[in-house]
Design a protein around this ligand. Structure first.
Ligand code: NIG
Ligand code: FE
Length: 407
């Protein structure tokens, strides 16, 4: 399918250059050529020459949106933490489980023991679940290896799983996710190893697109995070940050100082942190799956972020501990119900703003001429309906760079 005219459809382009929150085009025509959107607009305005020779695809009145962008996941891992789910249901806190050696460290042990092929196969299956929910672009973090070889294995598995599934991927180095047991009492040495040896080596192999850290009492301090960010800056790599998830560590302001693509979670974000993000153009990535699964009661300050025009992305945070959420559609619904986003903000968060947070806004995230032909086709009567169903499996069709993806 290299040259196609999609017609008899409505488009929620999510393009701010068009009018309304959905950037909607009723009775739309979308011409896709060589994996890109070659023309989009009202069918009545389509110049005949632009579609001459195209294969015609009648979408029977369906709504077309940009394919979804899941900009924050930890989907490469081995092992099973459903036992921790049971522990939390009986009252144990996420922090207490982590401090007792469970949590990220439990997944680290299983991930270190797994082969690259085992990690790849498990990751591919999870990517396919996200695709079923409409995702064509997925960010994947390391951070369960926590030693040079295992972090490398995770990033290789992430790339190979994405290639097999056929999604666009960006890989993020999250070496500062948790202190591995062999570095207990030697924090500085671990931070040094990750910032000055592992990151440059993995970057030299072409395995890293961005750098992230878990800036938290059970993770790493702002000063330790800064050491990593300095190393990222020297390599010219963009940074992102797990910030203010369980407490206010000043992480968002730190991320903003480094011109971060995003600061993520943000339940404990201060007004100063939000203002710093606004000034730096750092996106807020809202992760309602972790909020829900940890039964968090403090919501990220959505009204403040909105009033400051901080771009708000929404992602699954797919991971084995705090957010075993495999549905981008449900993440959008949760962002509305739990955090107070409008349906249009939620869809923008999983398309346009997700692409911004992931660093792929020049490729995907809105339906616009020149960008990738990444389309999701939904059997709904209005775009808000995409976000309204709870437990809806996803779009009827997913097209990635002009190619039909298996539903
Ligand atoms: O985004 N916050 C830190 N990292 C993940 C959780 C990882 C885990 O529990 O395995 C998160 O919530
Ligand atoms: Fe995360």
């Amino acid at each position: 399918m290299t040259f196609t005219l999609f017609h008899n459809c409505c488009a929620a382009t999510m393009d701010p250059a068009r009018t309304g929150v959905w950037g909607a085009v009723e009775d739309a025509a979308i011409v896709c050529r060589q994996g890109r959107i070659d023309w989009i607009g009202p069918m009545a305005d389509l110049p005949a020459a632009r579609a001459e020779g195209a294969q015609r695809a009648d979408l029977a009145g369906r709504w077309v949106t940009p394919a979804l962008v899941d900009c924050h996941t930890h989907l490469v891992f081995a092992g099973d933490r459903s036992g921790e789910f049971e522990q939390r249901l009986s009252g144990a806190s996420y922090e207490a489980i982590a401090r007792a050696g469970g949590g990220i460290r439990a997944t680290m042990t299983a991930t270190r023991a797994a082969s690259i092929e085992t990690l790849t196969a498990a990751a591919e299956a999870r990517i396919r679940l996200l695709m079923r929910g409409g995702a064509a672009s997925v960010e994947i973090k390391s951070g369960y290896g926590l030693d040079p070889d295992s972090e490398r294995a995770m990033l290789i598995a992430a790339g190979e799983a994405a290639r097999r599934a056929g999604v666009r991927v960006r890989r993020t180095f999250l070496g500062l996710h948790a202190l591995p047991p062999e570095y207990e009492g030697r924090r500085e040495a671990y931070v040094h190893l990750m910032a000055h040896e592992v990151l440059p080596a993995l970057h030299a192999e072409g395995l890293v697109d961005a750098v992230d850290a878990f800036c938290e009492t059970i993770g790493f301090t702002a000063a330790e995070t800064q050491t990593l960010f300095e190393a990222a800056a020297r390599l010219g790599l963009p940074v992102r940050l797990h910030a203010e998830q369980l407490s206010d560590q000043g992480g968002a302001a730190l991320a903003a100082r480094y011109g971060a693509l995003s600061a993520d979670h943000l339940e404990y974000l201060s007004e100063a942190g939000a203002r710093a993000m606004a000034e730096a153009g750092t996106a807020a990535v809202l992760l309602p799956g972790a909020f829900y699964a940890l039964k968090e009661t403090r919501r990220p300050p959505v009204e403040l972020l909105r009033s400051l025009n901080v771009p708000m992305a929404v992602a699954t945070d797919l991971n084995p501990g705090s957010s075993p959420l495999v549905s981008p559609v449900l993440a959008m619904n949760m962002a509305c119900i739990l955090f107070g986003l409008t349906p249009a903000e939620a869809l923008a968060g999983m398309t346009r703003e997700g692409a911004r947070a992931m660093g792929v806004a020049d490729e995907t995230g809105v339906l616009r001429e020149g960008l990738a032909a990444d389309l999701a086709v939904w059997e709904v009567s209005r775009p808000a309906e995409i976000v309204y169903w709870i437990g809806h499996p996803g779009p009827e069709r997913l097209i990635i760079a002009g190619q039909e993806a298996p539903a």
